[in-house]
Design a protein around this ligand. Structure first.
Ligand code: NAI
Length: 328
């Protein structure tokens, strides 16, 4: 039996993500929590003829506790999204507190659950979550993930004309590092099937993967950031975690993890000097079984991208850790 929980379920990402989880036959129980509108979203989704039993909770009447109790996997898209001109870091002030509060409750009511953080800035909210779990004495690095799948999904889509696959998801285009601007590092030298990006298109494609989110923010013109593509990506990652937990082998997805706590992570931490980093991770029954180092043999261009990534990411991580330690 799998119980999935969405925190921020009434939002732009939360609603379509909840729809995908409701339609997924691997989910038996789906609990939706938000500070508004969850009874309506849950009532609507409850009419869908699928496996999952669905419940909606608000903060009143111990809603968060009830939603989280018995959870196997908790996905967090709670928090404010970007408006034109904002970076993900601009969201820090509001979202840091939201994530901290929610993870404190997870530590108490669902300490063994897989935690998938979508709320931005992921580069800082995941370190915040780790600190909260550490302080509560329940941190299992194999069970905490920053969801960077949208960067991978974008990279697969934007390179499709070169990979030649009919279904863009059938190509593997690793994206490592963090989840904002220059901290996002696509590794086009490590793609499969083995295809080439023409030299005159390289810079533009890297830039599009790094700043693809801005295209959506701009097109939505003040009405938010990526929600539908994010729901697709968030579901893809959640489904991968659930399938691996159920014993399916060979599932690998890039995700932002605490390197020292995952097998193979020390090597990447040594190479980058970072504790948190997105890298392809082999998933298993206990979550992140192995962090796979794909840094060997990267090109000179990719080395430069990685340098810029490390610089930015270090500060984002420190900011998250400081916040978690210094805010009451
Ligand atoms: P939204 O504003 O449409 O929805 C957020 C929801 O969170 C709202 O329903 C709100 O009521 C709820 N919420 C606020 N405080 C809460 C709390 N304390 N507990 C529970 N729910 C709470 O925003 P949207 O577009 O769904 O984005 C959500 C987050 O996801 C943003 O931080 C955004 O930047 C991030 N995001 C992350 C991506 C990624 O690749 N990791 C991609 C796109 C967005």
């Amino acid at each position: 039996m799998v119980k999935a929980v969405v925190l921020g379920a009434a939002g732009g990402i939360g609603q379509p993500l909840s729809l995908l989880l409701k339609a997924c036959p691997l989910v038996d129980d789906l609990a939706l929590y938000d500070v508004v509108n969850t009874p309506g979203v849950a009532a609507d989704l409850s009419h869908i003829s699928s496996v999952a039993k669905i419940t909606g909770y608000l903060p009143k009447d111990d809603g968060l506790k009830l939603a989280l109790t018995g959870a196997d996997i908790v996905v967090i898209p709670a928090g404010i999204p970007r408006k034109p001109g904002m970076t993900r870091d601009d969201l820090f002030k509001v979202n840091a507190g939201i994530v901290k509060g929610l993870v404190e409750n997870i530590a108490e009511f669902a300490p063994k659950a897989f935690i998938l953080v979508i709320s931005n800035p992921v580069n800082s909210t995941v370190p915040i979550a780790a600190e909260v779990l550490k302080a509560a004495g329940v941190f299992d690095p194999k069970r905490l993930f920053g969801v960077t799948t949208l960067d991978v999904v974008r990279a697969e889509t934007f390179t499709q004309e070169f990979s030649g696959v009919k279904n863009a998801s059938d190509a593997t285009v690793p994206v490592i590092g963090g989840h904002s601007g220059e901290t996002i590092v696509p590794l086009f030298s490590k793609v499969s099937p083995n295809f080439q990006i023409p030299a005159d298109r390289y810079d533009a494609l890297v830039n599009r993967v790094q700043f693809g989110g801005d295209e959506v923010v701009k097109a939505k013109d003040g009405a938010g950031s990526a929600t539908l593509s994010m729901a697709f990506a968030g579901f893809r990652f959640a489904e991968a975690v659930i399938k691996a937990a159920k014993g399916e082998k060979g599932i690998v997805e890039p995700t932002f993890v605490y390197l020292p706590g995952v097998a193979g992570g020390d090597e990447i931490a040594k190479a980058t000097g970072l504790e948190f980093f997105s890298t392809p991770v082999e998933l298993g029954p206990n979550g992140a079984e192995k962090a796979i180092n794909i840094l060997d043999g990267i090109t000179e261009q990719e080395k430069k991208l990685l340098e810029a990534c490390v610089k930015g990411l270090q500060g984002n991580i420190e900011k998250g850790v400081e916040f978690a330690k210094n805010s009451a």
